[in-house]
Design a protein around this ligand. Structure first.
Ligand code: GUN
Length: 280
């Protein structure tokens, strides 16, 4: 039997609908949530992601402002703007879109964002809190995937969860969120020897490497929940994930499509974090 698809777009719509109610409750208290987005340079993917974030904010009544810099911007120029936004009471959330162009120091700029406004959850304080098992701002993509897992009712306690990819934005925080739910977590990388041996044990398989077709159907345990974070553009212009959908779908129990899977949930969770920052 073919896997059922986890419709990230539909679930994101549900989350955003909840957000709209929370925005109204905040407005009744005189609070109007505001998000500032910093974009340096002209990375087309970053521009597209930001477009989706701004649109989602608009849908639920969160004010968003994009601060654009040329790719020649200096560390000091960007840091100064972040400090201004930290001090601006009308701004509740700040995000610095990654990647930043060379030679900007990403870690140093992320550290400039006030931990209280760090809606991406990338500040060292929030990353440290996550390591300690609690955080105000769980990083958006992993938080969105946890919502997806809960939406299909997969038992996480005691399950075998395998995360392929150890990025700071997705793989590492996802492993920590799964550990927090008592999953038995294995973190692999694209260099893992006999990756298939690991992935075949997974009840929950998260793939976030950025390599199209890395995971094929024969590497998946029958009935597993497969979450595909990859967004890769093929030579003929299609968007595909890191999982070979055609061979995976007949094996998995649940699977996220690309596009329309994890991506919309990342955006929805950013809005959720922005409302949390605004006290909603
Ligand atoms: N670049 C790719 N994903 C993300 C994200 O979730 N947040 C930010 N700020 N940049 C990204």
């Amino acid at each position: 039997m073919a896997a059922r698809r986890i419709d990230g777009k539909a679930l994101a719509d549900t989350v955003l609908e909840e957000c709209r109610t929370r925005v109204e409750a905040l407005a009744a208290r005189g609070v109007h949530p505001g998000l500032a987005v910093i974009l340096v340079g002209n990375n087309p993917a970053s521009r597209a992601y930001i477009g989706n974030k701004v649109k989602a904010c608009g849908r639920v009544g969160v004010r968003s402002v994009v601060h654009e810099f040329p790719d020649t911007a200096t560390q000091a120029e960007v840091a100064d703007r972040i400090r201004e936004l930290n001090a601006d009471p009308s701004i509740h959330g700040i995000l610095v879109q990654l990647p930043l162009p060379h030679p900007l120091d990403e870690a140093a700029l992320l550290a400039e964002v006030s931990a209280e406004k760090d809606v991406d959850g990338f500040h060292v304080v929030n990353r440290g809190d996550l390591l300690g098992g609690h955080t105000r701002f769980p990083p958006c993509t992993p938080a969105g995937m946890m919502r997806m897992l809960d939406s299909v009712g997969t038992p996480l306690r005691g399950c075998q969860a395998v995360v392929v990819g150890r990025s700071n934005t997705v793989g590492k925080p996802m492993a920590l969120l799964l550990l927090g739910r008592d999953a038995t977590v294995t973190v692999c990388t694209s260099k893992t020897v006999d990756l298939a041996e690991q992935t075949r044990r997974a009840d929950v398989l998260v793939v976030a490497v950025g390599r199209p077709g890395l995971v094929t159907g024969d590497m998946i345990k029958p009935g597993a929940v497969v979450l595909d974070v990859g967004i890769n553009r093929t030579a003929d212009g299609r968007l595909v994930g890191d999982v070979d959908f055609a061979s995976a779908e007949p094996v998995a129990g649940w699977i996220t499509p690309v596009p329309g899977g994890v991506g919309p949930m990342t955006v929805a969770m950013l809005v959720v974090n922005t409302l949390a920052a605004a006290g909603g």
